[in-house]
Design a protein around this ligand. Structure first.
Ligand code: PEP
Length: 257
């Protein structure tokens, strides 16, 4: 059995300006310090909007806080005439470690294809970062294809763009569970988590399949987080709404198996 350090990741989406971001991270750090949180046991990451990254980076460095910084998106291009986009090199300079790619809000709202998602993941890897590849089925997909088929296809498509040894994180987020207050059951999430790990095993071999963290996301809260982390193929949570409340996010980070 390979020990995978759980990752609790807070996706802030389009919330908090840079001053609110600093206040939030400071309060989170105090709360986890009071609780004597051991960051070696559970890794914590926050994914602020681009405009907050520099401020949060400065705070994390000044106070030597072991909270990882993530970005919510990245351009597939290296540089040039791409108005409004942000490159992996720019994110790397801000000590960004993780980059969300393929979040359902971007797949749906910005028409991102599996290929675009794969190219973004590749750009993140080339920039020295770890892409958090988000996959998940809609309610309609679930009825038509069952839970695992679409996430499996999405992960397979993204892997085709990545170097064989790239470190990645996979986030299984059923679209119907995001922001709905209706999370997948731990058993449902585990079933898909297991299928996604099988994809990694087939495409990348045992060592990478056993080392890669698969997160669950979709209406995660402090009351249900432990039930997912108990599952053998789930190694953390991608948290949206509940990551915006300091006390609640702190409780989620301190989940007990
Ligand atoms: C998300 O959008 O990544 C997410 C999981 O949102 P929520 O926790 O609000 O369902």
């Amino acid at each position: 059995v390979v020990a995978r350090t759980p990752l609790i990741a807070g996706n802030w989406k389009m919330n908090f300006d840079h001053l609110q971001a600093i206040a939030f991270v400071q309060k989170l750090a105090w709360s986890l310090k009071d609780a004597q949180h051991n960051y070696a046991d559970v890794e914590v990451a926050v994914f602020p909007p681009f405009t907050d990254l520099r401020s949060v980076q400065t705070l994390l460095a000044a106070d030597k806080l072991p909270v990882a910084l993530g970005a919510q998106d990245v351009s597939p291009e290296a540089a040039g005439a791409f108005t409004g986009d942000v490159s992996a090199a720019m994110l790397g300079k801000l000590d960004v470690r993780y980059v969300l790619v393929g979040h359902s809000e971007r797949r749906a709202g910005h028409n991102e294809s599996d290929d675009t998602v794969g190219l973004k993941a590749r750009a993140a890897v080339a920039g020295g970062m770890v892409p958090v590849i988000c996959v998940g089925e809609t309610a309609e997909d679930l009825e038509t294809h069952g839970a695992a088929a679409i996430p499996v296809a999405q992960l397979t498509a993204a892997l085709a763009h990545l170097p064989a040894d790239a470190e990645i994180v996979v986030a299984y987020e059923p679209v119907w569970a995001i922001g709905s207050g209706e999370p997948a059951t731990p058993e449902q999430a585990e079933e898909v988590g297991k299928a996604l790990r099988e994809v990694l095993r087939t495409e990348r071999g045992d060592a990478i399949a056993d080392a890669t963290r698969v997160l669950y996301g979709g209406s995660v809260a402090s009351q249900n987080v432990a039930s997912y982390l108990k599952q053998p193929n789930l190694d953390g949570a991608l948290v949206g709404g509940a990551s915006l409340k300091v006390d609640e996010f702190s409780r989620i980070v301190q989940f007990k198996k």
